[in-house]
Ligand binder design. Structure first.
Ligand SMILES: [Zn+2]
Length: 451
């Protein structure tokens, strides 16, 4: 812009000025991103209440944590107890008013290890990639000592992970293990009378597996991703064939940048992200995109996150992914402003957004009006039909490494549903917050009079 102004001032006649301006605009046009076609904001009077779901992992019952972490042998009646816990956690989601639910990934140690165990090729030992923000903020990261999740959060708490040292294939035993997990979730859904069309089932993307597990075998990163995608295709198709809505977890597209790819430039990371999406798409080919969700995030740990790659740098790659439903962090302090990004370029019309409207790393419970405002920000671009309320990330990314306690988790689910239902409604005289809690009658009456 400044350049254009200069050119105009220097021109001697109006026609020369016009020519110069045109030339300047040409230059500006060349530099501007080609995809910008500002979306027409939707009319707020057309807003409707929206549905709600969550990202996937939930806190495991305390008795289950040492078992799923492999520190304790399962009891003889584990299968029955796990079934009861699955029914209980699915019922809690229904009681909270969620539309699409899952089993909270109860039986898993974390969201990537089960899938990795179902494949050959991971006999080596590697080191989990540290997060660049925590490497820099050492005083803060000390607070996370001993919290063994999937990431190396401090130098003292190193996390060892499997690495690839041989060809990757999805095994028959792995498929049987997946079948057992799916059968358990199916049985619980049937017991509750919930159709599988409302049940989602998560699985890591090829790029996410490569973010956590290093490669000591394949010649290039591309070949590693291709092999992972070829193997994981079996899992994705089995989940879909069982009747679930498949969710591919893709923190590789966000968090991958400041962990595994922290030494790369942004263009180099974008190339890797494109390769991850291309191979995930190949593995998902043949499925119905309307039955596939994806989850994009920058890592579910309560860190400063000041090295997170901006959504603007990856959004065009994210929308090239196969799934119709896109869950993305959209409410924490580093990413809440990024709803603007989607309005600034052409998003394929079939995409449905599941923005995070409650933060999974802070105990502060969001006001339902704030939840509604966050959803309305998305609805202005896409309309409420293309928006579903969601959490920023999981509430139990790794068993026993929860950011929040269960009591807060369920209150957050409730505030999310209350806020989602109030989209399109005029603000009530009494705050919608009252709908969340059992307030004494006298308080409600006083509030109504005072309003
Ligand atoms: Zn996440």
């Amino acid at each position: 812009m400044a350049k254009g102004m200069k050119v105009t001032k220097a021109a001697k006649s109006p026609s020369k000025a016009m020519k110069a301006m045109k030339a300047a605009m040409k230059v500006t046009k060349k530099k501007a991103p080609t995809k910008i076609t500002p979306a027409k904001p939707k009319d707020p009077s057309t807003f409707k209440p929206v549905l709600a779901t969550h990202v996937g992992s939930l806190p495991r019952p305390a008795w289950m944590v040492p078992i799923v972490r492999g520190d304790e042998a399962p009891p003889a009646d584990y299968k029955q107890k796990l079934h009861e816990a699955t029914v209980a956690v699915m019922k809690k989601q229904l009681d909270a008013g969620l539309h699409e639910i899952n089993d909270g990934e109860l039986s898993r140690k974390d969201y990537v290890s089960e899938a990795r165990k179902r494949m050959t090729g991971f006999g080596g030992l590697g080191q989990a990639a540290p997060a660049a923000d925590l490497v820099e903020m050492k005083d803060f990261s000390k607070k996370l000592e001993g919290r063994k999740g999937l990431l190396t959060l401090t130098e003292k708490t190193e996390v060892k992970t499997a690495s690839c040292d041989a060809p990757i294939t999805y095994t028959a035993e792995g498929l049987a293990d997946l079948q057992e997990e799916m059968d358990r979730v199916k049985a619980a859904a049937q017991e509750l009378g919930i159709p599988l069309t409302r049940v989602f089932f998560t699985s890591p993307s090829p790029g996410t597996l490569a973010t956590f597990f290093s490669n000591d075998y394949y010649e290039t990163h591309e070949k590693f991703i291709e092999a992972l995608a070829n193997a994981m295709k079996t899992e994705y198709h089995a989940i879909s064939a069982a009747g679930f809505k498949l969710q591919c977890d893709c923190p590789d597209l966000g968090m991958g940048r400041h962990t595994r790819f922290s030494k790369c430039t942004i263009p180099e990371f974008r190339e890797a992200a494109k390769c991850h999406v291309k191979n995930m798409n190949a593995a998902l080919a043949g499925l119905d995109p309307a039955r596939v969700r994806m989850h994009v995030c920058w890592g579910n740990y309560p860190g400063p996150h000041h090295h997170d790659i901006p959504l603007a740098d990856i959004a065009d790659i994210v929308v090239q992914a196969f799934p119709q439903y896109i869950s993305v962090e959209a409410c924490n302090p580093g990413h809440a402003h990024e709803h603007e990004v989607w309005a600034s370029f052409k998003v394929p019309e079939d995409k449905v957004f599941m923005p995070g409207v409650v933060d999974t790393t802070t105990s502060h419970i969001e006001h339902p009006r704030l939840v509604a405002q966050r959803l309305e920000a998305y609805a202005r671009t896409f309309g409420t039909k293309r928006v579903i309320a969601c959490t920023d990330c999981g509430f139990g990314t790794a068993a026993g490494a929860n950011n929040l306690t269960e009591d807060i988790v369920w209150q957050k689910m409730k505030t999310m549903v209350t806020g989602a239902k109030s989209v399109g409604k005029k603000t009530e005289k009494a705050s919608v917050c009252w709908m969340l809690y059992d307030q004494p009658k006298a308080v409600l009456e006083a509030s109504a009079v005072g309003a």
